[in-house]
Write a protein that binds this ligand. Structure first.
Ligand code: FES
Length: 181
């Protein structure tokens, strides 16, 4: 692909990002490490998006352009990867991201009621963040722990056999961890 093609692709998403964000030294070090594991830079794209998200909390247009520039691949390719892989956040998310499983086993075990309890307690719907920025609620397919459904993750932590009471405690615990900082 020519440089002209790359520029055109970047321009497609540049309406909100006028320039790229320079990647940090930590981000670059980790991306460089991934480049030793994959055959070409394009294959590193998803890992680079995850690395930037780890440090920035989400992947802004400016960050996406920064990755595009660093790896020398079109921003539209990265955008495609980010869209396909729905755990790359292209908007700011809360301090704690709740990944809520609403696949079959969890549904059979009553996840609809649990979901309603979370929505009522936090006053958010799927894809939304609480006003205090503490929680974002995102639906995900099966988390692979069906025999202990309903299941959700909060950040890296898996929570099983969910009940309304368990949800209340989980929300309290994660809210407390914020106030203890
Ligand atoms: S269906 Fe929810 S963990 Fe498998």
């Amino acid at each position: 692909m020519s440089n002209g093609d790359v520029k055109m692709s970047n321009d497609m998403i540049a309406s909100t990002a006028t320039r790229h964000r320079k990647l940090s030294a930590e981000e670059i070090a980790e991306i460089e490490h991934e480049m030793t594991l994959y055959p070409d830079k394009k294959a590193v794209g998803l890992e680079a998006l995850k690395i930037v998200q780890k440090y920035q909390g989400w992947v802004s247009d400016e960050s996406l352009l920064g990755i595009s520039k660093y790896l020398g691949i079109p921003a539209s390719d990265l955008e495609g990867v980010a869209t396909f892989f729905n755990l790359v956040y292209r908007e700011p998310v809360g301090k704690n991201v709740i990944l809520f499983c609403d696949s079959v086993s969890c549904w059979i075990m009553g996840c609809e009621g649990i979901k309603k309890h979370i929505k009522d307690t936090l006053d958010i719907n799927y894809g939304e963040t609480t006003k205090d920025g503490d929680f974002t609620l995102i639906p995900v397919p099966c988390l692979g722990d069906c025999d202990r459904a309903p299941v959700m993750m909060v950040g890296p932590d898996l929570h099983r056999n969910l009940t309304p009471g368990a949800i209340d405690k989980i929300i309290l615990d994660y809210s407390k961890s914020k106030s203890a900082e």
